[in-house]
Design a protein around this ligand. Structure first.
Ligand SMILES: Cc1cc2nc3c(=O)[nH]c(=O)nc-3n(C[C@H](O)[C@H](O)[C@H](O)COP(=O)(O)O)c2cc1C
Length: 346
């Protein structure tokens, strides 16, 4: 049943993956206090190099993108050097790795960088920063048109830095209610200018980031993660459907390396999507699609067989099993994931 996962997959003329199992991006909060990846992180990723593609934990593109402690960056020379060591270690084991480029928007906290929080609109999320319960979320400032242009430049620079650091490509984090996703949903985007209200306007900034990065490093090394279904830090709105209908059509024209769905459980049905995140996305996007969300190797292989998506990303089981790929291939039992495992980098 899972044998199909172990055949190579050609993303494009530049990149062929050894197998169809991707390591999903997993934030671990283990960078040093300058947000530089450590030697332990290099070992952690190298242990997982058998994945067809590792997608790095989300990496912040600039200081005001930070929403959690010790998340790595890709905007200082030391951070670029730190990632180069990670990438060298992964490549030495025959693996491939993309950097996930991140700005948390209104999920940022000034505690980490001492400045203003930016977002499409001045609408705060409720609650407190995970792992730091004393920090309540703050009301962001609605980002100006000039600041949006600067953000596009900063994403593009981070992509260039990723290539400089030896990553094989980048996955733009457009999912899970962070900055790019905040533009795509009505709950967080209340703008009345050319970045709000209509599908074309709401997709304008996300597409500008995609296009700037494609131009800078090549579309064959550029991927994107999206969450058409709002499920975390965001309320769904039936009007979001038209935004994603438009956005996905535009993305299909771009010839990205792949499109990746951002969801924790792909069994979840969304009224306004008429189904699951993957069934909706597949119906509106005909190129390489990565599925994720509480799949086992068996259920993921069955989903690929049924043409729900082309590649399978695995998250939590990869934390519990550094040798996940080998275990699945050899039919060995898996260690069950538990949240306590997040305390150390094994
Ligand atoms: C500890 C943890 C950290 C995560 N960090 C990220 C992240 O940095 N970027 C991202 O897009 N998704 C992140 N996710 C979501 C995963 O990529 C994945 O979508 C989710 O865990 C569902 O897949 P799974 O059921 O195979 O774990 C994280 C999930 C967990 C459990």
């Amino acid at each position: 049943m899972t044998a199909k996962l172990f055949t190579p997959y050609k993303l494009n003329d530049s990149i062929t993956l050894n197998n169809k199992i991707l390591m999903a991006p997993l934030t671990r909060c283990m960078a040093d206090d300058d947000l530089v990846p450590t030697a332990a992180m290099a070992e952690y990723y190298a242990r997982r190099a058998e994945a067809g593609l590792i997608i790095s934990e989300a990496v912040i593109i600039r200081p005001d993108g930070q929403g959690y402690p010790n998340t790595p960056g890709l905007f200082t020379p030391a951070q670029i050097d730190g990632w180069r060591k990670v990438n060298d270690a992964v490549h030495a084991k025959g693996g491939k790795i993309f950097a996930q480029l991140w700005h948390t928007g209104r999920v940022a906290h000034s505690h980490f960088f001492g400045g203003e929080i930016i977002a499409p609109s001045a609408v705060a999320i409720e609650g407190t920063v995970p792992r730091m319960r004393e920090l309540a979320y703050e009301t962001p400032k609605a980002v100006s048109v000039e600041e949006i242009a600067q953000l596009v430049k900063d994403y593009s620079q981070a992509a260039a830095n990723a290539i400089d650091a030896g990553f094989d490509g980048v996955e733009i984090h457009g999912a899970n209610a962070y900055l790019i996703d905040q533009f795509l949903h009505h709950d967080s985007n209340r703008r009345s200018d050319e970045y709000g209200q209509t599908p074309e306007n709401m997709a304008r900034f996300p597409l500008a980031v995609v296009d700037a990065i494609c131009e800078r490093i090549g579309n064959e090394r550029t991927a994107l993660r999206v969450s058409p279904g709002a499920y975390v830090n965001m309320k769904g709105d039936s009007r979001d459907r038209q935004v994603f209908d438009y956005f996905l059509k535009q993305l299909e024209l771009r010839d990205l390396a792949y499109l990746h769905i951002g969801i924790f459980d792909d069994a979840l049905e969304f009224d306004y999507l008429d189904g699951t995140a993957s069934s909706y996305t597949r119906a509106h996007y005909n190129k390489t699609l990565v599925g994720v969300g509480s799949y086992s190797a068996e259920s993921g292989a069955a989903a690929i067989e049924n043409n729900q998506f082309d590649l399978l990303a695995i998250g939590r089981p990869f934390i519990a099993n550094p040798d996940y790929v080998e275990r699945v291939r050899d039919n060995q039992p898996l260690v069950a994931y538990s949240d306590e495992m997040l305390a150390s980098l094994v």
